[in-house]
Design a protein around this ligand. Structure first.
Ligand code: FCB
Length: 470
C-alpha cells in the first residue's frame, strides 16, 4: 500500500532553532534572543521563575549556522530525497524593529534559500511566525496591543512581496497554543509572561486576527495561486479500546477545552474555521473572554486552504459512566529521550478528528522525536529508535488515509538537530546530526530510511527496516 500520488514528503525547521547569525547583516533581536542572553539558568535559582530559563545556558546565537550553510543543507535535503521543506522566516531578520525599515540582506537570505530549494526540486513551505517575536514590538505591548495585527500584516507583506512569486505554500502562525500558553501564560517560554486569563485571551485574540490579516495579505500580494493555512498543535486523544464509546470519548475530549486555559484545539480552530469561539470555552472564561469588535471574527475566519497539525503524542481516553476519562499509562510505556510518550495512534486519531470537524485538507506539519544520538566509531549515526518510531506513526497515518482522511503531506521534525528552545541542544530531533562544536553534519540512518519511504511513496513501510544496514 502506498500514499496518494501527490502526497508531499518533507522535513521541517524554524528560523531561530537553526539559523544562528543572531547579529549578522543587520538582524534585529527577538524575544528568544533576550531570553537566551539573560542566561538566568547559570549558577542557580532564577529570579521569580520556577524553571531555569535554558538548559545549560545555551543560546541560539550560532545554532546550526544554517544562515551561512544553507547551500550545504539544501544539498543534504536533496540527497535524502525530500520533496518539500518547511521553514520559517525570522521576522526581526527582515524587519529589525518588526515594522518600518526593511533589512534587504535578511530578505536576500530567504530569497537565495527559496531559489536553492527550487533548483533542487524541493517545494518550499513557508511559515511566517514560529515564535521569535521582534523584541522592539514586544516592548510596544506585543500581542497584547491591538496594533499587533497591523504589524503582522506589514511583516506578511514584506515577505510576500519578495518571495510570493515562487513560494506557493504558506502558514501564518506555528503553534499558537505554545507561544501563548507557555510564553504568555505560564512564563516558561519567551517572552516569559505570566498573564492572567483575560490578558492571555486578549493576546490570543490578536494573534488569531493577525492570522486572518496574514491570510488576506498573502492572497493579495503573492503572484499566482497560493495555498494558505496555519500550523497549530493538535492536542490529541485516542480511544483506549476499539469500542464505539471510547472512540466517542476521545473525539469528545479533543473537541472540548481542557483544564489548562488555552491548551486545546477548538479555541483556535473553531474561531478560524467556524468564525466563533466554542461555547464551552466562552462559558468557562465568562467575563474574561475577549469581546470581539465588529468584524473581528470575520477577519479571523478568512478562508484557508489547509490546516497543518503538529502531533508528537497523544493520550488514551475511555468512556466511564457516560463521561470521558483519561487513562493512566502503564509504567513501562515507551518514552522518547525527551520523555514524551510514544503514541503512534495519535497520527490516526488526530488528523481524523481535525478532518471530520473542519472538513479541510490536512498536513502533518511536524512529527518526530528526540533520541540520544551520537556519531559512532564507524562515522555513522545509528538511530534505530527514530526509524521504529517514525515507521509506527506513518503506518497509522496511512491507515487514516485509507479511512478517507484528506491528508496531503507529512513533514518530519526536524531536518537538523537544533536548538530545542528551553532544552537547548540537549534534545536531538534531527534526521541529520549536527556537532555543535564543529557544526559538521552527519546524515543519520533514519534519514536514509526515510528517503526510502519517500521514494516508494510509503510502500517500504511494510518492510522490516532492521534486516539491512542503512
Ligand atoms: C514543537 C515546535 C518545534 C519543536 C518541536 C519539538 O512544539 O513547533 O519548534 O520545538 O516541538
Amino acid at each position: 500500500m502506498t500514499f496518494p500520488n501527490n502526497f508531499v514528503w518533507g522535513a521541517a525547521s524554524s528560523a531561530y532553532q537553526i539559523e544562528g547569525a543572531w547579529n549578522t547583516d543587520g538582524r534585529g533581536e527577538s524575544v528568544w534572543d533576550t531570553m537566551c542572553h539573560a542566561r538566568p539558568s547559570v549558577g542557580g535559582p532564577v529570579n521569580k521563575f520556577p524553571q531555569p530559563a535554558i538548559w545549560n545556558g545555551h543560546t541560539g546565537d550560532v545554532a546550526c549556522d544554517h544562515y551561512h550553510r544553507s547551500s550545504e543543507d539544501v544539498a543534504i535535503m536533496k540527497s535524502i530525497g525530500l520533496k518539500a521543506y518547511r521553514f520559517s522566516i525570522s521576522w526581526s531578520r527582515v524587519l529589525p524593529d518588526g515594522i518600518g525599515s526593511i533589512n534587504t540582506k535578511g530578505l536576500d537570505f530567504y530569497d537565495r534559500l527559496v531559489n536553492e530549494l527550487l533548483a533542487a526540486g524541493i517545494t518550499p513551505y513557508t511559515t511566517l511566525f514560529h515564535w521569535d517575536y521582534p523584541e522592539t514590538l514586544f516592548r510596544k505591548g506585543g500581542w497584547l496591543n491591538r496594533d499587533s495585527v497591523q504589524w503582522f500584516a506589514e511583516f506578511a507583506q514584506v515577505v510576500a512581496d519578495r518571495l510570493g512569486d515562487r513560494v506557493k505554500h504558506w502558514m501564518t502562525l506555528n503553534e499558537p497554543q505554545v507561544f501563548l500558553q507557555f510564553g504568555h501564560g505560564d512564563g516558561h517560554n519567551a517572552p516569559r509572561l505570566r498573564l492572567g486569563t483575560r490578558e492571555l485571551l486578549l493576546a490570543c485574540h490578536h494573534a488569531l486576527m493577525s492570522h486572518g490579516r496574514g491570510v488576506q495579505v498573502l492572497r493579495a500580494r503573492c503572484k499566482g495561486p497560493q495555498q494558505v493555512g496555519y500550523a497549530p498543535v493538535c492536542v490529541t486523544k485516542y480511544p483506549f479500546t476499539d469500542s464505539k464509546e471510547d472512540q466517542a470519548a476521545a473525539m469528545q475530549v479533543m473537541a472540548s477545552l481542557e483544564d489548562h486555559n488555552i491548551w486545546c484545539n477548538t479555541w483556535y480552530n473553531d474561531a478560524i474555521f467556524f468564525g466563533r469561539y466554542p461555547e464551552d470555552g466562552l462559558r468557562r472564561f465568562g467575563a474574561d473572554a475577549p469581546k470581539p469588535a465588529a468584524g473581528d471574527m470575520e477577519l479571523i475566519s478568512q478562508k484557508c486552504d489547509f490546516i497543518g497539525v503538529n502531533i508528537y503524542e497523544g493520550a488514551p481516553v475511555r468512556m466511564r459512566d457516560g463521561k470521558p476519562e483519561l487513562v493512566t499509562r502503564e509504567p513501562t510505556h515507551p518514552l522518547t529521550a525527551y520523555r514524551w510518550p510514544v503514541e503512534p495512534k495519535s497520527l490516526y486519531w488526530g488528523p481524523k478528528f481535525i478532518h471530520e470537524r473542519y472538513k479541510i485538507p490536512v498536513y502533518i506539519t511536524e512529527n518526530g522525536l528526540s533520541c540520544v544520538d551520537w556519531v559512532s566509531m564507524d562515522g555513522r549515526v545509528h538511530d534505530p529508535q527514530r526509524i521504529d518510531f517514525t515507521r509506527r506513526y506513518l503506518l497509522e497515518l496511512r491507515r487514516a488515509v485509507t479511512d478517507g482522511v484528506d491528508l496531503r503531506g507529512y513533514f518530519h521534525w526536524s531536518i537538523l538537530d537544533n536548538f530545542e528552545w528551553n532544552e537547548g541542544y540537549k534534545e536531538r530531533f534531527g534526521l541529520v546530526h549536527v556537532d555543535f562544536t564543529t557544526l559538521k553534519r552527519t546524515v543519520k540512518d533514519s534519514a536514509r530510511w526515510y528517503g526510502n519511504v519517500i521514494s516508494t511513496n510509503g510502500k517500504s513501510l511494510d518492510e522490516d527496516p532492521f534486516t539491512r544496514a542503512w
